[in-house]
Design a binder for this molecule. Structure first.
Ligand code: NAD
Length: 494
């Protein structure tokens, strides 16, 4: 990646977008649009259709029609695979255009977004394309007088509601297995990061995905998200986002057709540093990167740093030093390490957490401010608090911003108790040279993933999912197919 390649796309005008329904651009039923604001300068980037419940109905009907017609669901797996591979190739061929568009839309630093968005999405789509004809049914080991066959079938129409922090990466985590399994999808991107997912869906059509199989409806969560949630013709709803909206989706399901709902929610992930960490300098850098990349808007961010007492003061000083040195700035500058916060609302929420942390007795080590205000963008300093009480808001609630909470512990038992002291359980990390301790911690921590002597970056071969109030079901790996397929038994008398 070179700066001049980025600059080619940086100022390109972005045409207004309409929903993509049944393979065609379609305006909202009432013709309304909504502005897309760039977090880089607070200016209007473009506009998109403001979806209505009627638009969702249209999209769900198109998805159902395509599913029933079998244009995709009944296509020979080898041909489905070819189209998905071609789609991944098209995404990669347009990687820089997509990455820059996404950064202008959501503010993530390009040094992260370039790989984490188009390339990650293409990789995920390829992973499921490769896998789709390697998922077999089963023959049960049953009474020889009978034959028990277990078929795995697509569920039908999938509704996918996507957040704004990594729209292409997270979108592909849903679209890859859902489409590979033969389903049709209606996708609702987040209001503040919708443009790349829409472009990706256009590229899917170019690759040969039949019309109606992948539909994109823009709009506000409480309007189009709810319409998708209460649709009587959506079979499975998949979601990444906040716990509050996750709860609503379960209610929508109960109020409508009892569709299955799979939730990937937030975290307050403990990142634990023992005094026998193999390299405390490396650990300190990882602790900073683990919370400040993408301005902390990472579901698995190591937002609670737990540090053993005898190394605490030095280690905290190191982390604060790395935080203060983190290069915050124009997310389209290749050297920027932390870009803009996604929206004015998110920035305000982050600053409220900062104020509350100070009120609750935490010690501000560095940061805490809205910076670069002259740009009109939503930039914030990397912020570190030490002395955070285990029951303080900053230790219990997800900020989803560049704010690190540090708490001291004395021994392994206390580290485990602190690690498990929230209702969330998405990710975690442990730094230790003691092999036995590493395994004990992996067993003891209630979380979907435990990193050991590294933080983040688990690839697509392993599942990501939360326990407790961090969600149900898994993205990534072969396990993701479970959400998008039904098991059907054939019980035959021989
Ligand atoms: P959000 O829950 O506000 O929005 C997510 C999506 O839900 C958006 O598309 C939004 O339009 C939609 N939505 C909002 N209100 C809705 C409603 N009433 N009905 C239906 N849909 C509605 O979350 P966000 O602010 O976009 O994302 C940040 C949150 O997502 C954080 O809490 C973060 O931890 C979580 N997250 C989790 C993971 C994970 O893998 N577990 C990954 C990324 C983000």
């Amino acid at each position: 990646m070179q700066q001049h390649d980025i600059d080619v796309f940086r100022n390109q005008s972005v045409q207004p977008r309409q929903h993509l329904i049944d393979g065609k651009a379609q305006a909202a039923s009432d013709g309304q649009t909504m502005e897309v604001i760039s977090p880089i300068d607070g200016q209007v980037l473009t506009s998109v259709s403001r979806g209505t419940a009627a638009d969702i109905e249209r999209a769900v009907a198109a998805a159902r029609k395509a599913f029933e017609a079998g244009s995709w669901s009944q296509m020979a797996p080898a041909n489905r695979k070819k189209i998905l591979f071609k789609w991944a190739d098209l995404i990669e061929a347009k990687a820089m255009e997509l990455a820059v568009l996404g950064v202008r839309d959501n503010g993530t630093e390009i040094s992260m977004a370039y790989k984490a968005e188009p390339f990650s999405a293409a990789g995920t789509i390829r992973y499921y394309a490769e896998a789709l004809d390697k998922v077999y049914g089963e023959i049960a080991n049953t009474d020889p007088a009978f034959l028990g066959l277990i078929h795995r079938e697509p569920v039908g129409v999938v509704g996918a509601i996507i957040p704004w922090n990594f729209p292409m990466m997270i979108g592909a985590w849903k679209l890859g297995p859902a489409l590979a399994a033969g389903n049709s999808v209606v996708l609702k991107p987040a209001e503040t990061a919708s443009l790349t997912l829409h472009r990706m869906a256009e590229l899917a059509l170019d690759a040969g995905l039949p019309p109606g199989v992948l539909n994109v409806v823009f709009g506000e969560g409480p309007v189009v998200g709810e319409a998708l949630g209460i649709s009587m013709d959506v079979d499975v709803l998949v979601f990444t986002g906040s716990g509050g909206v996750g709860r609503r989706l379960l209610e929508y399901s109960a109020r409508s057709n009892l569709k299955r709902v799979f939730l990937e929610l937030g975290g307050k992930s403990p990142h634990i540093i023992f005094n026998d960490a193999p390299d405390l300098d490396v650990a300190a850098k990882a602790a900073a990167a683990g919370i400040f990349r993408n301005a902390g808007q990472v579901c698995v961010a190591g937002s609670r740093l737990l540090v053993q007492a005898d190394i605490h003061d030095d280690f905290v000083a190191q982390v604060a030093k790395h935080a203060a040195a983190f290069r915050v700035g124009d997310p389209l500058d290749i050297t920027t390490q932390m870009g803009a916060v996604n929206s004015a609302r998110q920035l305000e929420q982050n600053l409220t957490f900062v104020a509350r942390a100070a009120e609750q007795g935490a010690k501000l080590m560095t940061g805490g401010n809205h910076i670069m205000q002259e740009t009109g963008g939503y930039f914030m300093e990397p912020t570190v608090f030490s002395n955070v009480a285990a029951d303080a808001d900053l230790a219990q609630k997800e900020v989803f911003g560049p704010v690190l909470a540090i708490t001291k512990f004395s021994d392994e038992a206390e580290a485990i108790a602190l690690a498990n002291s929230t209702k969330l359980g998405l990710a975690s990390g442990v730094w230790t040279s003691d092999f036995g301790r590493a395994h004990r911690m992996v067993r003891a921590i209630r979380a979907g993933v435990v990193h050991v002597n590294t933080y983040g970056g688990a690839d697509g071969t392993v599942p990501l999912g939360g326990v407790g109030q961090s969600g149900n079901g898994h993205d990534k790996s072969m396990h993701a197919f479970d959400k998008y397929t039904n098991l059907k038994t054939a019980w035959m008398k021989l």
